[in-house]
Design a protein around this ligand. Sequence first.
Ligand SMILES: [Zn+2]
Length: 95
Amino acid sequence: MLKQVTNLLIPKAVPRKPVLGHKTYKKFGFVVTLCQSCDCPRCGHYLSAGPNHQCRYCDQCGQRVDCSNVKWEEEIELGYAREDGTYEPIKDRVV
Ligand SMILES: [Zn+2]
């Protein structure tokens, strides 16, 4: 409710901070990696933004997004993906 009111009161052209959280994805298709997620403050759509790339607008609703003050965290490789959705921890490897 409050969120809806905020969305009505603030025009999309006014930059808003993204909603930050965490998510995992499969790096190279098999390494479960924890990284920061960055969502649109208006519609909740996932924004493709990170340390090397920041978007300026949400591509779903057009909300202007200000990522300039985001403290990006380094990705953490959690382990190798298993078929059941869990992962196997990466042991110290000698390269
Ligand atoms: Zn949006």
